[in-house]
Design a protein around this ligand. Structure first.
Ligand SMILES: O=C(O)CCC(=O)C(=O)O
Ligand SMILES: [Fe+2]
Length: 343
């Protein structure tokens, strides 16, 4: 019998990825298209075939995540950012972010951000914040399984608005520091589905769920993705998922729909595999076939864990970039979308 491929693949790079020489902010590095293209081409020619094969499986939704170890040489910094957008505390030369951008482009992935989230910054800091303020507690809390950008449509899915880009194909986490080895938890859809009955999977495919944006997405107050399935069957017999525990509700389907959500939540919790994104690592999570979350971060851990996050797309969505802005900064714009195209 053919051995089943593990949905979470780990690959140790024999050599770190050749990033740009000299430090430059990730946004301006991506803007400098010619030098990035040259660098990505150079890196592309050195990537092991096995790694390319694994990324092909990720793109085909066969693999759910690729954990690339040794992507860059971590350099210690004595500074820790205070939140998502703290610009006073750049990682050393922004090399890790720019290596992630180079590696992504070498693999024909387009890094992107959304104008309505974190001011449209290409890379944000994931760091625990000290204290008891709401945002501080949230920054340390265990995160249940979710897909990012849950209320944005799947590619090609109509949603009644024109000025909106799809949710990201990939969530990309870059490890700078992780002294307590706090895990990012992954639940592959293939594993989740083995824990669900055919009937539950059928209900989750019904177009009866309403989906609200996650709090980091500052979208128009009345926006929701309405009358949609949680699990979608693709034309090649694969399945995609979108989910967030607090932002998905059943508007129809009564008891059966609510019970399908509960069974899904339980299956997600039972499917988690912990991955430690350590310094020098880049984790590429398939945002269509994996849910991701995180273990709780201990108190007083501010200087102990620091990841960067960006998103990736397999297609060039610059036509859905915010007007007058960067090509990688996609719609909806802050407080958008506004243009309704269908009732
Ligand atoms: O901290 C992590 O490992 C994951 C964080 C995450 O999923 C998020 O910020 O959306
Ligand atoms: Fe997330």
């Amino acid at each position: 019998m053919e051995e089943e491929l593990s949905p979470i693949q780990t690959f140790i790079l024999p050599e770190p990825v050749a990033g740009p020489s000299g430090g430059t902010s990730p946004d301006s590095y991506l803007r400098a298209k010619d030098s990035l293209a040259t660098q990505a081409l150079t890196v592309s020619s050195t990537l092991p075939d096995e790694l390319r094969g694994i990324f092909q499986q990720l793109k085909l939704n066969i693999a759910s995540a690729v954990h690339v170890k040794g992507a860059f040489l971590p350099e210690e910094s004595n500074c820790t950012p205070s939140g998502f957008l703290d610009e006073a505390c750049d990682p050393v030369g922004w090399v890790p972010a720019n290596v992630a951008t180079t590696l992504a482009r070498a693999l024909e992935i387009f890094p992107c951000a959304y104008h309505c989230e974190n001011a449209g910054k290409l890379f944000v800091h994931l760091v625990p914040v000290e204290g008891d303020a709401k945002n501080a507690v949230k920054s340390r809390k265990m995160m249940r399984g979710h897909t990012d950008g849950v209320a944005l449509p799947f590619p090609e899915e109509s949603c009644g608005y024109s000025d909106i880009a799809p949710s990201p194909d990939l969530v990309i986490l870059v490890g700078l520091r992780n002294l307590d080895a706090v895990t990012t938890n992954l639940a592959p859809l293939s594993v989740i589905m083995k824990k669900l009955s055919a009937e539950t999977i059928r209900v989750l495919q019904e177009p009866i769920f309403d989906i609200r944006p996650q709090t980091s997405f500052q979208m128009s107050a009345n926006f929701e993705l309405s009358g949609k399935p949680i699990i979608l069957r693709t034309s090649n017999d694969g399945y995609l998922i979108r989910f967030s525990h607090s932002n998905v509700v059943a508007m129809e389907g009564g008891l059966a729909a609510n019970s399908a959500i509960d069974l899904l939540k339980r299956a997600i919790a039972e499917s988690f595999v912990g991955v430690v994104v350590g310094p020098g690592d880049i984790l590429f999570v398939n945002n269509r076939t994996a849910l991701h979350g995180r273990s709780e971060i201990p108190r007083n851990a501010r200087a102990k864990r620091w990841l960067l996050r960006t998103y990736g797309m397999y297609s060039d969505y610059s036509k859905l970039a915010v007007p007058g802005g960067d090509e990688f900064c996609l719609l909806p714009e802050k407080n958008g979308p506004t243009a309704i195209i269908a009732a």
